[in-house]
Write a protein that binds this ligand. Structure first.
Ligand code: NAD
Length: 497
């Protein structure tokens, strides 16, 4: 685990990208970026502040007011978006090695992120070309139609897990809608965002339409949220940060899309296909290092199969290969940052006082450095436990037995979050009835998180507000102006006549 793979041609530093140029912060300030295997600083990134955000928003605002982008025919914009998708796919290997180096994601899971990012651009390119807006007839009196227009400058604030792919999830609909953007990537993982400028330039995105300001959330992110010329914020991150952004956006009345944290249940009934349920629930929490918003991190198992499920699950967890993120055999790499490592391992210590530790429980043998954590399984976890209630965002799972459907539902809904849920049963009626009653924005029956880009994406309760996905994303980035046309004189009361 001590061998450190460093990608060739790493940039010397990471700068903002504003108006088609790479620039330093106006005050020259930088912050250090670590890699999660050595935990050493491998480069400095520009630390954006209010002045840098002002500069980027001014450029984006000008590109919106004067530039061709918002007024282009959908087909023209779609062509550019499709070119972006094609170019993104050609960067798959480079993206994977950068992402693996910067985030600690296993290389086999980082490969393929470019395809997912490209799909986001292709999907929204198709959608804007096929877009039809509503028209309403009032026979003999009026025709009313919707004039859809891009909102303006969009502020995009993204987290450190699968950073490039999550950036694409916001960039694609924002640009497809005709908005101009300022992206503030996560400070833990700014490396892969550096691929966008060249991709966009090559695809023909005009300068000023796409801008990046790096920096800390409390500085660059905060200034973006509070800027009066930013019409909306699409945010993905922790629920607590989401609440703060909500409050900070209030004085400038911004549109807000909030994709927040989760503590999603996977509910396994005794009639489930246990082989498939075990494969899926192991993958559902331990893939992406467990740093996954939709992780099924609470597994509720019906008593009749509980012992067998736990025995087999624990066996599998103990077999998972933790190690060098660049090794193709690795299934769990290094957690993103020592601060996050400290948080996850603290939860593991808390868990040891709250439930029975059945697998893992700390650093794997032989790893003296790097943010490595064993896949950790707690069983017989009471719903009052903090490891049942709070998002850990690492390779840690809580397993709890239940006796009846009602009890399973109570347990599933007994947390503040409501992002995803997974239901395992071969009983069709139960699958639908139970799934529909779970407090979750997204439910998968007999599956883990397999996305259909047309469906709503987002959470309920503390997991988010405002669902994106399909046309919902375009609606978020657009104003829908109502245009009313009279076909006959309107009745007008004659005041003062
Ligand atoms: P975070 O909330 O700490 O940071 C997210 C982003 O917000 C970063 O770019 C950060 O710099 C910025 N930020 C922080 N404070 C800010 C402020 N005051 N104003 C403006 N911006 C600010 O989250 P994280 O630790 O980077 O990401 C992990 C979290 O993201 C987890 O809770 C996870 O569940 C969530 N997540 C949710 C989804 C989803 O779709 N629901 C997807 C991925 C991750």
């Amino acid at each position: 685990m001590s061998i450190q793979h460093v990608p060739e041609n790493l940039p010397k530093r990471i700068q903002h990208f504003i108006g088609g140029e790479f620039v330093d912060s106006l005050d020259g300030d930088t912050f250090e970026v670590l890699d999660p295997v050595s935990n050493q600083t491998y480069l400095e990134a520009s630390a954006g502040k209010q002045a840098d955000i002002d500069r980027a928003v001014a450029v984006a605002h000008q590109a919106f007011e004067e530039g061709p982008w918002p007024g282009m025919l959908p087909r023209e914009r779609a062509r550019i978006l499709n070119r972006i998708a094609d170019i993104v796919e050609t960067r798959n290997e480079r993206l994977a090695e950068l992402e693996t180096f910067d985030t600690g994601l296993p290389i086999t899971q980082a490969l393929g992120q470019a395809k997912r990012a490209a799909e986001n651009f292709r999907f929204f390119a198709d959608l804007i070309v096929a877009q039809a807006d509503d028209t309403y007839k009032v026979p003999g009196k009026q025709i009313n139609y919707v004039n859809r227009k891009p909102k303006g400058v969009a502020g995009l604030i993204t987290p450190w897990n699968t950073p490039f792919m999550l950036e694409s999830w916001k960039l694609a609909p924002a640009l497809a809608s005709g908005c101009t953007v300022v992206l503030k990537p996560a400070e833990f993982t700014p490396l892969s965002a550096g691929l966008w400028p060249e991709i966009f330039r090559e695809a023909g995105v005009p300068d000023g339409v796409f801008n990046i300001v790096h920096g800390y959330g409390e500085q660059a992110g905060d200034a973006l949220v509070k800027h009066e010329n930013v019409r909306l914020i699409s945010f993905t991150g922790e629920s607590a940060t989401g609440s703060l952004i909500f409050a900070n956006a209030a004085p400038t009345l911004k549109g807000l899309s909030m994709e927040l944290g989760g503590k999603s249940p996977a509910v396994v009934f005794a009639d489930a296909d246990l082989d498939a349920a075990i494969d899926s629930t192991v993958f559902g929490v331990f893939s992406l290092n467990g740093e996954r918003c939709t992780a099924g991190s609470r597994i509720l198992v019906e008593r009749g199969v509980y012992d067998e499920f736990v025995r087999r699950y624990v066996e599998r967890a103990k077999n998972i290969k933790v190690g060098d993120p660049h090794d193709p055999a690795t299934e769990i790499g290094a957690l993103v940052h020592p601060e996050h490592y400290a948080k996850v391992t603290e939860y593991i210590e808390i868990g040891k006082t709250e439930a029975t530790l059945a697998a893992g429980g700390g650093r794997p043998a032989g790893s003296e450095s790097g943010n490595y954590v064993q896949p950790t399984v707690f069983v017989d976890v009471p719903p009052t436990a903090r490891i049942f209630q709070e998002e850990i965002f690492g390779p840690v799972v809580a397993i709890t037995p239940f006796d009846t459907d009602e009890e399973a539902l109570r347990l599933a809904n007994d947390v503040k979050y409501g992002l995803a849920a997974y239901v395992w049963t071969t009983n069709l009626e139960r699958a639908h009835n139970f799934g529909q009653r779970v407090d979750a924005g997204m439910v998968w029956l007999n599956s883990h998180n397999v996305r259909d880009l047309r469906t709503p994406f987002g959470g309920v309760k503390a997991s988010g507000l405002g669902h994106e996905g399909g046309y919902r994303s375009l609606d978020f980035y657009s104003d829908q102006q109502a245009m009313h046309i009279s076909l006959a004189p309107a009745h007008t009361p004659k005041f003062g006549a």
